[in-house]
Design a protein around this ligand. Structure first.
Ligand code: HPA
Length: 295
């Protein structure tokens, strides 16, 4: 077997075989999870970004499956990403919690990134909350703040929908005029008030990673309209929205973006900031699930 980085197609940067989502692997992943949990009927989904995995404590866990058991999903290669699919419940809502995510920058193509969304779609999830750790670009976004994503900018330079059209992801040219559901944003506001969390709002920009940005890039992103920057969330959110799921996005601001302070950026800073913010992340999600159960 050739490595994913060998083969004649590798010389064509935008036509690499592993750029696109492999439908056969998606189906294998679905078959596996259905086989393990034939009774699971989740209505909600939660994708945990860097440092978010411990929010599972806000739920009652029923069962879990390690990612490496699910065909095509593999193990996240990043600290702060647990790598488990948890079947949990809160306020009577069965929820699939993806403790850890796969990223485009891990170099394994779009299939591992798309699998959680595909599983949720086919298992019956209608509402998904996608979370991340992000650098604050706007001056008032400080480490420890939680930010509700209002819109995004895809600066990854690629997109999981590139490739042969698969109708599960909606039409060939999916609308993106409101990726982050307005009613869900309202529910998040109400939940934040009840949880006494000062929830900020903003536009999230996804860069390719895995490098952090240069100060010049951050100045450019600010001019483009970005309030926070990270390396994820946009692919899953655009897929989920295209597939007809309602999407909410939440960022934990873990650092000032590059160049705002003189400090170099490290992943340790990111994980320790999410650890410090964990109590409010958990109360916000608890209140949010309560709020969603009134719908
Ligand atoms: N840049 C990109 N990704 C990030 C950052 C950042 O500053 N902080 C957490 N994830």
């Amino acid at each position: 077997m050739g490595s994913p980085r060998s083969g004649p197609w590798y010389t064509k940067p935008f036509c690499r075989k592993d750029d696109t989502v492999d439908s056969a692997i998606l189906d294998k992943a679905l078959k596996y999870v259905r086989g393990q949990w034939p009774k699971a009927k989740p209505s909600f989904g939660l994708i945990c970004g860097s440092g978010w995995s411990d929010v599972v404590a806000a739920f009652r866990v029923k069962e879990f499956i390690a990612y490496d058991q699910i065909p095509g999903l593999g193990t996240p290669g990043v600290a702060g990403h647990a790598g488990r699919l948890v079947w949990a419940v809160n306020k009577g809502h069965d929820t699939f919690i993806f403790q850890g995510r796969r990223h485009w920058y891990e170099g394994e193509g779009w299939t591992p990134v798309a699998i959680p969304v595909y599983l949720m779609k086919h298992m019956g999830v209608t509402t998904v909350v996608v979370t991340n750790a992000a650098g604050g670009i706007r001056k008032d976004l400080k480490p420890g703040d939680l930010m509700l994503i209002e819109d995004h900018i895809n600066f990854i330079g690629n997109n999981p929908l590139v490739g042969r059209h698969n109708p599960v992801w909606g039409p060939r040219f999916p609308d993106q005029s409101c990726v982050y559901d307005a009613k869900l944003r309202l529910a998040a506001e109400k939940a934040a008030k009840k949880a006494h969390v000062n929830l900020k709002h903003g536009v999230y920009l996804a860069a390719t990673g895995p490098v952090y940005e240069t100060p010049a890039e951050i100045r450019a992103y600010r001019i483009l309209g970005a309030d926070a920057v990270g390396m994820s969330t946009v692919p899953e959110s655009l897929l989920a929205h295209a597939a007809g799921l309602r999407v909410m996005g939440l960022s934990c601001i873990t650092n000032f973006a590059s160049g705002i302070t003189k400090e170099p950026l490290t992943h340790d800073e990111v994980t320790s900031a999410t650890r410090a913010a964990m109590p409010k992340m958990k109360t916000l999600l608890s209140e949010l699930w309560k709020e969603l159960s009134h719908e």
